[in-house]
Design a binder for this molecule. Structure first.
Ligand SMILES: NC(=O)c1ccc[n+]([C@@H]2O[C@H](COP(=O)([O-])OP(=O)(O)OC[C@H]3O[C@@H](n4cnc5c(N)ncnc54)[C@H](O)[C@@H]3O)[C@@H](O)[C@H]2O)c1
Length: 253
């Protein structure tokens, strides 16, 4: 039996979108380890999401799986309502789900733009819209949105992706201004090159080129990002809102 107040996030209810693998999995494990009951959202790969839950539980954390597509407003609304019906509240929302569909701009079809925007940007809008209704009533909430270094630096071949991630920064800052008076902090985290399934297809030559530009001389890990997210939703970051925190080894500064 846990004693309340033992861990920094004891009693908090969290949702991590795209929590079945990569950065999302590391965040879910970190938040559950810090005491939050953590809902792990996944869209297709239930087995991978189960593995996230297993890791959380092996480390003494608690949570549950929740399947929905972040780009589907109705599904998001139902899922978040379900969390509040089951747990009475939602305290922490981590908008981590995202996709990359890279390619040369002149060959990019409008459908690619739509897919990337629907998941990366509208997905964040959908989840914030549903969760903040409850956070406003609670007068407490913490939201962290996953943007990217390329939102600020730009990257050839990533026009749609970087536009979606730049949109997240505008959304984050505006929401932080609007919801600050309700004690809801909204921040963004901008990872650089993190080793996950998303970056695994980059060949050694491409990887080498990026590493050459990183002052710390190495790529990052999902845990490097997760600890920053856990800090931002903890009581130690109560006076931080509307910020973009870079986790990139110095790649962009
Ligand atoms: N890996 C990096 O170098 C890097 C750098 C900067 C930003 N990011 C961002 O960090 C986040 C996590 O990236 P990652 O590297 O772990 O990628 P990943 O591809 O391993 O994980 C992305 C997760 O999002 C989920 N997802 C995709 N579409 C979804 C949808 N419609 N609804 C719900 N979930 C959906 C996937 O199932 C997966 O679990 C993404 O937003 C990504 O853009 C990653």
């Amino acid at each position: 039996m846990k004693t309340p107040g033992e861990k920094p996030l004891d009693g908090k209810i969290a949702l991590v979108t795209g929590g079945s693998r990569g950065i999302g999995r590391a965040i879910a494990v970190e938040l559950a380890g810090a005491g939050a009951f953590t809902f792990v959202n996944y869209v297709r790969n239930k087995e991978a999401a189960r593995e996230t839950l297993r890791i959380m539980e092996n480390r003494g954390g608690e949570g549950s799986l929740l399947s929905f597509d972040v780009s589907d407003s109705d599904a998001v609304q139902d899922a978040i309502r379900g969390i509040t019906e089951e747990k009475g509240r939602i305290d922490i929302l981590i908008n981590n789900a995202g996709i990359t569909l890279n390619g040369i701009f002149v060959r990019t079809k409008p459908e690619v733009w739509d897919s990337v925007m629907d998941i990366n940007l509208k997905g964040v809008f959908n989840c914030c819209r549903s969760a903040t209704r409850y956070m406003m009533k609670q007068r407490w909430g913490r939201i962290v949105n996953m943007t990217s270094v390329v939102a600020l630096s730009g990257n050839a071949g990533q026009v749609c992706y970087s536009a979606s991630k730049a949109g997240i920064i505008g959304l984050t800052k505006s929401l932080a201004r609007e919801l600050g008076p309700r004690n809801i902090c909204v921040n963004a985290v901008a990872p650089g090159f993190i080793e996950t399934d998303m970056t695994v297809s980059i060949d050694d030559a491409g990887r080498g080129k990026v590493i050459d530009q990183i002052p710390l001389g190495k790529t990052g890990t999902p845990d490097d990002v997760a600890v920053v997210v856990a800090f931002l939703v903890s009581g130690k970051a109560d006076y931080i809102t509307g910020q973009v925190i870079h986790v990139n080894g110095g790649l962009y500064m």
